[in-house]
Design a protein around this ligand. Structure first.
Ligand code: DX5
Ligand code: ZN
Length: 223
């Protein structure tokens, strides 16, 4: 699979949203990463239902919905999920992870399980049959512009063999948090597929820099 970019929309400023989306379309950015935050699962409020609806009217780029909310299984129908979208629910966000994944299935989207930096890989063991991908958090979620938690790089290095040993190498690996061209390149080498691009890469500087930033990131990922 070719490396894909998922632009972290919490890093975009609303004033230039139309222009930003136009650049993303022209540069074939594969996904728009939407951090949905409820102030409970993470210490921040974030992009919600109205924002998602507004974004849909601006573009057909598929959404990569990262649900950082408690008990997401009861809130899925609020989001207008499309078959072309990715939806990540957090392992830590519900007591009934498998049920949440089950309830996601009728939407026909790609089902991802996200895990926080302190959550070990082995929690994926019993749900590998119910997911299309996993979202490895490289920072504690909730805020853009954080530094990578050092232990997450080692964890990412183990993912590939974990999946291979279970004959599950078709599971897509997404990485989220402090993905720069440099760390992205390293993560690409160890098998990551989707790269959440925020202030550490494509949103560096102003809107006039985005196109060039995307090209720099793509170059780093595809070497
Ligand atoms: C966490 C968020 C952030 C951020 C990514 O869920 O997705 O990690 O927007 O961009 P950075 O970390 O580069 O600002
Ligand atoms: Zn995210």
């Amino acid at each position: 699979m070719r490396a894909k970019i998922s632009a972290s929309m919490m890093c975009s400023d609303l004033v230039n949203l139309k222009e930003t989306i136009r650049i993303f379309e022209e540069e074939n950015v594969e996904y728009l990463h939407i951090d949905v935050m409820d102030g409970e699962f993470v210490p921040n409020f974030g992009l919600g239902v109205d924002y998602i609806r507004g974004l849909r009217s601006l573009t057909t780029i598929p959404l990569d919905l990262h649900l950082m909310i408690k008990d997401p299984e009861y809130k899925l129908q609020w989001l207008g999920i499309k078959e072309t979208d990715i939806v990540s629910i957090h392992y830590e966000s519900t007591y009934q992870v498998q049920r949440a994944l089950d309830w996601l299935q009728p939407f026909g989207c790609k089902r991802f399980l996200a895990i926080n930096p302190a959550t070990p890989i082995y929690v994926l063991e019993e749900v590998l049959d119910y997911i299309d991908g996993l979202n490895l958090l490289m920072v504690n979620p909730g805020f853009a512009g954080q530094k990578m938690v050092p232990s997450t790089m080692k964890k990412a290095e183990r993912i590939n063999s974990f999946l291979r040993e279970r004959r599950k190498n078709d599971i897509i690996v997404e990485v989220d948090g402090n993905i720069s061209p440099e760390s992205g390149k390293r993560l690409r080498e160890i098998g990551a597929d989707i790269f959440v691009a925020g202030t550490s890469s494509i949103f560096r500087g102003g809107v006039e820099n985005y196109r060039n930033n995307i090209r720099i990131l793509r170059n780093a990922l595809n070497l």
